[in-house]
Design a protein around this ligand. Structure first.
Ligand code: ZN
Ligand code: ZN
Length: 329
């Protein structure tokens, strides 16, 4: 091979290899993340102006919403993605408003007009725990809003899954495609959403900077492997979960705390996902802390505590019986 041919081949290879990730990154719309969410308070009754819901525009068509720590200790995040024809809201939070509609009043005005009326909105959920769907009822009176339930039959009918949890589906918003990837393990109908427009992955409670609460370790592992396989060759600038439970030093807030001083940022990186399958394989079944999240199986921990309490109780009873026998003897 001539030297010119070698140089041409090297140049072509370098340009091709170099161009691929640059092109992939260039297709994802950029945006900004908010770093100063309301930190709640130890005594929320003393807070004069706690926001119910905070809204941050990641970009013009992508909104990050969060319920206040003074409204619910879960302070869940929700995501609004706007396409050319339709909008998609992922989760409706943990507050069931009885006499008002704070979430609907926040979300609906963000929707643009389409053909002279408000753009249709589809609501989906990361999963069926109540802190992600409590606001569904706020939207039932709106004919242009479609709520897809979080149960398996609703997901199959509404999102078109035919081989749960092995297939993924696409939600078309008009010039914007969002993929829905089944990820049971924390909850049996958990779904992760991947938005092609921003390359953001919305991971609900499956992956977040806080407690990864395992319901079924083997199922969680298979989901992590499936998600890694799905996202492996795609750009993922940020992974956005549904809660933040770590401070900037990496310490967990107490469960149920309404106060998150010096809270860590919401976003995890692709590396945090890539490391997850191996960490779940190594999981001791109880508690495993890592820098950006803690893998925990509360039911197993509870069983150990219950077994420990049972042993202590038996020892106490045995001691009392022995004491009584001795005194009588
Ligand atoms: Zn959950
Ligand atoms: Zn949750």
């Amino acid at each position: 091979m001539k030297i010119q041919t070698l140089v041409a081949a090297w140049l072509a290879t370098t340009l091709l290899l170099g161009a691929a990730p640059a092109y992939a990154q260039a297709t994802a719309a950029a945006g900004s993340l908010k770093t100063d969410w309301f930190e709640g308070a130890a005594d929320c009754s003393a807070v004069v102006s706690a926001p119910q819901i905070e809204v941050h525009a990641f970009n013009e068509t992508t909104y990050i919403l969060r319920q206040s720590l003074c409204s619910t200790f879960e302070a869940p995040f929700m995501y609004l993605l706007i396409g050319e024809d339709k909008a998609l809201l992922i989760d409706t939070g943990g507050v069931e408003a009885l006499s008002s509609t704070p979430l609907a009043d926040t979300v609906l005005p963000l929707l643009p007009q389409k053909d002279g009326s408000q753009m249709p909105l589809t609501i989906v959920h990361s999963h069926g725990h109540s802190d992600h769907k409590a606001g569904d009822a706020e939207f039932t009176a709106h004919p242009s809003v479609r709520v897809i339930g979080a149960q398996l039959d609703a997901l199959e009918a509404g999102l078109g899954f035919t081989d749960w949890p092995n297939d993924s589906t696409r939600i078309e918003l008009g010039g914007r495609t969002v993929h829905a990837v089944p990820t049971p393990g924390h909850h049996k109908t958990h779904v992760v959403y991947y938005d092609e427009a921003t390359a953001l992955a919305f991971t609900g409670d499956f992956l977040l900077p806080g407690r990864l609460i395992v319901e079924d370790t083997d199922t969680y592992l298979k989901s992590a492997e499936r998600l890694v396989a799905f996202l492996n060759d795609k750009p993922v600038p940020h992974i956005l979960g549904a809660h933040v439970e770590l401070d900037q030093a990496g310490a967990l807030y107490d469960f149920g705390s309404l106060h998150h001083p010096k809270e860590r940022g919401l976003a995890l990186g692709k590396d945090d996902l890539m490391a997850l399958p191996a960490r779940l394989k190594d999981f001791n079944g109880f508690y495993a802390p890592y820098p950006n999240y803690v893998i925990t199986h509360p039911m197993h921990m509870l069983m150990v505590v219950a077994a420990g309490a049972g042993i202590v109780l038996m020892l106490v009873i045995w001691g009392i019986v022995r004491f009584i026998r001795k005194r009588r003897g």
